[in-house]
Write a protein that binds this ligand. Structure first.
Ligand code: ADP
Ligand code: MG
Length: 317
């Protein structure tokens, strides 16, 4: 049973059917309508030591990431993050680690204009759960399900750096730009605000760009072609890996916490100008097509590859 099977079979429709819940389980966040003027967005993510981060992660990174992974979900909904709750389970209190952890959380919370409003602290294995609530104007929420044929697919930042950094940490390295991308991901929060003006769909890139785009395609009932040579790769990633491996990490690595944004065809120019105004790097990497499924091209030639599988780019023809 996959994570998605479990959610679908056991948690997709639980409890009362409330009128003020516009969207429950199934997107990057839930959409609530407590009154006529505003929508609220609710997201939650858990990080467990040795599963979501190596034991060698500094406390500051754990605090930063626990919030960042939620902020990217809020941004993907086109919303403004506002309030956070923090549940912290740890084996024993360590003052140095706690100071580091709290500083990492606080720095990002300050820069995102988010306030910690509550939580829970218990003794147990090291595990951090953060719940973030945000707001968005009615009609401006961005879902996974809105992509239309002819829309343009963009990604923010560069892809694959975090996965490469995690590999380096696992090998015992401790300092590099790539490792910092894993330890301190920077979701493009400012671009999330008002995303509904341009975007027909969006998802944050947590499981790998390919798999996450597939969620958008499935939920929108469309397909897509991605141009592999356009995938934005950092100089550090390109220096460290050959082209195939770098592209594999960009497509399947995960933990990027960048956004995959599907922009309405008519809004492409205004969207790109807006990104320049914000100094947020975005790259157009493909297009939504009517035929379901995710396809890849390299320099105009169709390429077949498995986004969640092996690190080989087998040429079809
Ligand atoms: P993301 O990768 O964006 O964090 P997930 O894949 O974790 O999203 O979750 C997909 C959807 O399933 C979200 O709407 C999330 O709120 C919901 N979900 C996940 N686990 C549970 C659960 N145990 N109970 C209810 N909803 C859940
Ligand atoms: Mg998400």
């Amino acid at each position: 049973m996959s994570e998605f099977d479990i959610i679908r079979d056991y948690f997709s429709s639980v409890g009362a059917k409330r009128q003020d819940v516009l969207l429950a389980v199934g997107d990057d966040g839930a959409v609530l309508k407590p009154d006529a003027e505003s929508l609220q967005i609710s997201v939650m993510d858990t990080l467990i030591e040795s599963i979501h981060f190596p034991r060698t992660s500094p406390g500051r990174s754990v605090g930063h990431r626990a919030l960042a992974v939620n902020l990217s979900d809020v941004a993907a909904m086109g919303a403004m993050p506002c309030w956070a709750s923090l549940s912290l389970s740890m084996p024993r209190p360590d003052a140095d680690w706690l100071a580091d952890f709290a500083a990492g959380f606080a720095e990002l919370a300050h820069s995102a204009n988010v306030q910690l409003i509550g939580g829970d602290t218990v003794s147990g294995p090291l595990c951090v759960t953060v719940h973030v609530m945000g707001t968005v104007a009615p009609g401006q929420q961005v879902l996974r399900s809105g992509a239309l044929t002819g829309d343009a697919i963009y990604v923010t930042g560069t892809l694959g750096d975090s996965a490469a950094g995690l590999r380096a940490m696992t090998r015992g390295e401790s300092h590099s730009w790539l490792i910092d991308q894993f330890l301190y991901p920077q979701p493009p929060i400012k671009l999330g605000l008002g995303l509904g003006q341009w975007a027909s769909a969006c998802i944050d890139i947590s499981d790998g760009f390919g798999r996450d785009l597939e969620h958008v395609l499935e939920q929108s009932g469309v397909g897509a072609c991605v141009w592999l040579e356009k995938l934005p790769l950092s100089a550090a990633l390109s220096r460290t890996f050959d082209d195939d491996e770098a592209r594999y990490l960009a497509l399947s690595g995960g933990d990027d916490y960048q956004l995959c944004i599907v922009v309405r065809a008519a809004e492409v120019d205004r969207f790109e100008q807006h990104c320049r105004d914000l100094a947020t790097p975005v790259t157009r990497v493909g297009e939504i097509e009517a035929t379901p499924g995710l396809r890849f091209e390299l320099e105009g030639k169709r390429v077949s590859l498995n986004v969640s599988g092996h690190d080989h780019f087998d040429n079809d023809d």
